[in-house]
Design a protein around this ligand. Structure first.
Ligand code: GLU
Length: 492
């Protein structure tokens, strides 16, 4: 290959991009960066009916969030623009006209009703559905009559009735399609808009695309495209079709499996570094064992040869694990900063806003081992923030500790803790161990009771660290509340 690498991501603006589409964009970007080529963003917006408000923004936001910067396309321009297909209609119309003139395409006047009836009949007779080439050989007089009747035609490609279309896919290897199973597809609609096939071929050619990387769902489009390339006299690009992402049930990853849009993963608290690493590895691997790789390592080591033909599984547990690894790789300051918006969103409304960043920084070391997503943090850390705890009286007691012992322990703890002037971990530990001895209870018993009093939970980060972060004032208030909870409980 002497031509420079130019790859394109060509989404249709139909909604928030699916992780599968974004993974295609990632392979484009990685391949471009690996080879020193160009990554182009082209918006395929000619299907007016499927266009969605905000979809273009969501596409660009997804790419930017993952750090996939494009060298040409919306916002940045480039020498091969415009990069919106809706602004390139003339190019497609010219190509369609050229093919009609060369005898490789023809005008078709069939009404939607006729096509619908044809399809139904083919289905009823269990035949392959497709256009029956009714208008392929209209005489000039017949055509003139249709035109005179004001029927606006579509342009169909004249697919050879015999022979095969073959190509070499860089992942799937040699692929052969019988031309006889390809029908005369529409290239240009009656309103002058191209179909995907025509627009894609014209643009990949005029934008000098070297490799078309896309999912295997488009594999069956490739022979149509190749037939058009040949008819137009264009050199085709190289094809790289990769498997679509599937869930554990081997079905294509869809809403049925849970979240599918990249931005939804962002909103659930997955880091871009995780998504980049995780999505790359669904379908490519360095050596079948390395899991955690930086973006730079991936770019340096990437090769199409190591992209898989099968097994593009989306493993949610692996994603959670990997996100946990990336979370724990962040500095406390960085993680705190990233957690703030999630805490702000998911902590109960009664917690005072704005949240205190310094307080969050103290909590982070205590919870970061336990969270796999940024969203998880609110549930783990809630007791650090709420003003009033709901103490469950039954949590204070267990096999060894009855309510009486718990109450006595709490009262003594209250007294001794209120005399401390600061709550640091060592001091708390020494003081409370001595207290346990004095009370003649096991240290663990006392600590459990205090854990429940200060957090209302029986499982928390280490007690003394937790109490130190909560601070004396909060702890004393909570211990008092626990005493009255237990006292009332006993009286009732
Ligand atoms: N617009 C198509 C899509 O939405 C592009 C397919 C291709 O890459 O050729 O995925």
């Amino acid at each position: 290959m002497t031509e420079p690498v130019r790859v394109r991501f060509a989404p249709s603006p139909t909604g928030k991009p699916h992780v599968g589409n974004i993974r295609t964009a990632m392979y484009d970007w990685i391949f471009a960066r690996h080879t020193g080529g160009k990554f182009i963003l082209r918006i395929e917006d000619t299907d007016v009916a499927r266009k969605k408000e905000g979809a273009l923004e969501a596409i660009m936001e997804s790419l930017k969030w993952l750090g996939l910067d494009w060298d040409e396309g919306p916002e940045v321009g480039g020498d091969y623009g415009p990069y919106f297909q809706s602004q390139r209609l003339e190019l497609y119309q010219k190509a369609a006209k050229k093919l009609v003139e060369k005898g490789n395409a023809y005008y078709c006047y069939c009404s939607p009703e006729r096509l619908e009836a044809l399809r139904k009949e083919q289905e009823a007779r269990k035949l392959q559905t497709g256009y029956d080439r009714f208008c392929r050989n209209l005489s000039p007089q017949e055509r003139a009559a249709k035109e005179a009747a004001g029927i606006k035609p579509v342009v169909r490609f004249k697919v050879p009735e015999q022979g095969q279309t073959r190509f070499h896919d860089l992942i799937y290897g040699d692929v052969v399609f019988e031309n006889s199973i390809i029908d005369d597809f529409v290239m240009l609609k009656s309103d002058g808009y191209p179909t995907y096939h025509l627009a894609s071929v014209v643009d990949d050619h005029t934008m000098k695309i070297s490799h078309v990387i896309r999912d295997e769902g488009w594999l069956s489009s490739a022979p149509r495209h190749l037939l058009m390339y040949k008819a137009l006299g264009y050199e085709p690009p190289l094809y790289v079709h990769h498997p679509v992402i599937v869930g554990a049930d081997r079905a294509k990853l869809s809403k049925r499996h849970g979240a599918v849009a990249l931005l939804d993963f962002r909103d659930m608290g997955y880091l871009p570094e995780t998504m980049f690493n995780f999505l790359t590895l669904i379908g490519w691997s360095l050596d079948d064992k390395t899991e955690i790789m930086t973006r730079q390592q991936i770019v340096e080591n990437f090769s199409i040869e190591r992209m898989g033909k099968t097994g593009a599984f989306f493993n949610m547990e692996k994603l959670d694990w990997m996100n946990g690894v990336y979370i724990r790789g962040l500095t406390i300051d960085d993680l705190s900063e990233k957690l703030l918006p999630f805490l702000d969103k998911y902590l109960p409304p009664e917690v005072k806003r704005p949240l205190d960043v310094n307080y969050v920084r103290q909590i982070v070391p205590l919870i970061r081992e336990r969270i796999n997503t940024l969203k998880d943090a609110a549930a783990y850390a809630e007791f650090f923030f709420v003003d009033k705890l709901e103490h469950d009286a039954s949590k204070f007691t267990d096999k060894k500790t009855n309510a009486e012992t718990a109450l006595t322990a709490l009262k003594s703890a209250e007294e001794i803790l209120s005399s401390l002037d600061s709550f640091d971990c060592d001091q708390l530990e020494n003081t409370l161990r001595r207290l346990a001895e004095k009370l003649g209870v096991k240290a663990g018993q006392l600590f459990n009771v205090l854990r429940v009093a200060t957090t209302a939970r029986d499982a928390t980060p280490p007690l003394f660290e937790t109490m130190a972060v909560l601070g004396k004032e909060r702890c004393m208030k909570r211990i008092k509340a626990a005493i009255s909870r237990l006292g009332n409980n006993r009286d009732s």
